[in-house]
Write a new protein. Structure first.
Length: 228
């Protein structure tokens, strides 16, 4: 996990499998130490995205949303969306090739590399400063059991019914069974509706075709962030 502004590596850890519950442990530790980010940009990897789910949500991504973290997903087959992460992976792989990893001590090697990246290595993109000199913890504290999300006063909200749908003007739209009983926010935009869970866009509704689709969240967030 890399801070977008400073390139500071907030967390660097290996897991035996790409399971959400394993990734969550490392995120919890990072949030406890560094506070909560306003938003996270990620790919469609297993911990974050479930291709068998109508809404694509995983238990981990829903947990992040309930923490008030806005999730943005990179374009499919567009690694350049996460250029900083890709460059970091390249540096990590080159270090592995040059130095190797001591047997049975992988995490210590990762900790040492993170320390070097953050506090010793100077980055051209930062004016030859270190990431640690540009980074500071978030002012948003991590709460293991956050209160129910509160939408802005006057926001148009609807409750997801027992079928995982909502009704707008007597037209049902499928949202997600994982959100049964939860409230979502509806934001009209031109000829469609954007559906938010907490502060993350989860669906795009098209009244003309009566369709509910997955929105290009990264692009839409860039277009709407000044209006929200």
């Amino acid at each position: 996990m890399i801070d977008d502004h400073s390139r500071y590596v907030v967390a660097l850890a290996g897991t035996p499998r790409p399971e959400g519950r394993l990734v969550r442990r490392h995120l919890e530790r990072a949030f406890e130490e560094c506070g909560l980010p306003d938003a996270m940009l990620m790919d469609h990897g297993i911990p974050w995205w479930n291709w068998q789910s109508f809404a694509g949500s995983t238990q981990l991504s829903l947990w992040l949303m309930r923490q008030g973290i806005r999730l943005c997903f990179a374009g499919i087959r567009h690694p350049q969306t996460q250029g900083k992460v890709e460059r970091f992976h390249g540096s990590l792989e080159r270090a592995l090739d040059c130095r190797g990893v001591p047997a049975g001590n992988h995490q210590q090697w990762l900790d040492d590399f993170r320390r070097e990246h953050n506090h010793i290595r100077r980055h051209e993109a930062l004016g030859m400063q270190t990431p640690a000199s540009r980074w500071h913890p978030s002012s948003r504290p991590y709460t293991p059991n956050p209160p129910a999300w509160e939408y802005p006063e006057g926001a148009w909200t609807l409750k997801v019914d027992n079928h995982g749908t909502i009704d707008i003007k007597e037209q049902p739209y499928r949202i997600a069974k994982s959100l049964i009983g939860e409230r979502v926010r509806i934001v009209p935009v031109e000829d469609r509706y954007l559906v938010y869970y907490c502060n993350t866009i989860i669906r795009e509704l098209h009244p003309a075709t009566k369709r509910s689709t997955i929105v290009d969240r990264f692009v839409e967030e860039q277009n709407l962030q000044t209006n929200m």
